[in-house]
Design a binder for this molecule. Structure first.
Ligand SMILES: [Ca+2]
Ligand SMILES: [Ca+2]
Ligand SMILES: [Ca+2]
Length: 119
């Protein structure tokens, strides 16, 4: 995680959490990063792409120097701002689920059933 943040703070010079040509980055570096890390091919490198890229590098390193070690899998710990309005994140769904349950599960047994007091 710290490595990812170092990479971001180094290359993301305008602080929008994406690495692209709007940043003060040498074109050669940008090209290399995009070639290896731009998984969705949009020419931007966001926090999760950098994160996955660092994980991939770690796994390549393991293949070479510690082939006995299993590959590392890490979910991206960063929230990447999505450009589409109105989408829900897993956190949103969690809170909405809690709200729905609190509203309909009137006897608090963790299920919504005919024994609850629903209109
Ligand atoms: Ca940027
Ligand atoms: Ca991308
Ligand atoms: Ca219930």
């Amino acid at each position: 995680m710290y490595i990812t943040e170092d990479v971001m703070s180094y290359y993301d010079t305008n602080g929008d959490d994406n690495i692209n040509l709007g940043d003060d980055i040498e074109y050669e570096h940008y090209e290399i990063l995009v070639e290896y890390c731009d998984y969705n091919g949009d020419g931007n490198l966001n926090m999760c792409e950098i994160h996955d890229c660092v994980v991939m590098c770690e796994n390549e390193w393991r293949d070479e120097y510690c082939p006995e070690s299993e590959h590392l899998y890490c979910d991206c710990p960063y929230v990447v701002a999505d450009t589409c309005d109105g989408i829900w994140t897993c956190d949103d769904i969690y809170y909405i689920t809690s709200d729905v349950m609190a509203y309909y599960d009137t006897n608090g047994d963790g299920t919504i059933s005919s024994s609850d007091n629903i209109d």
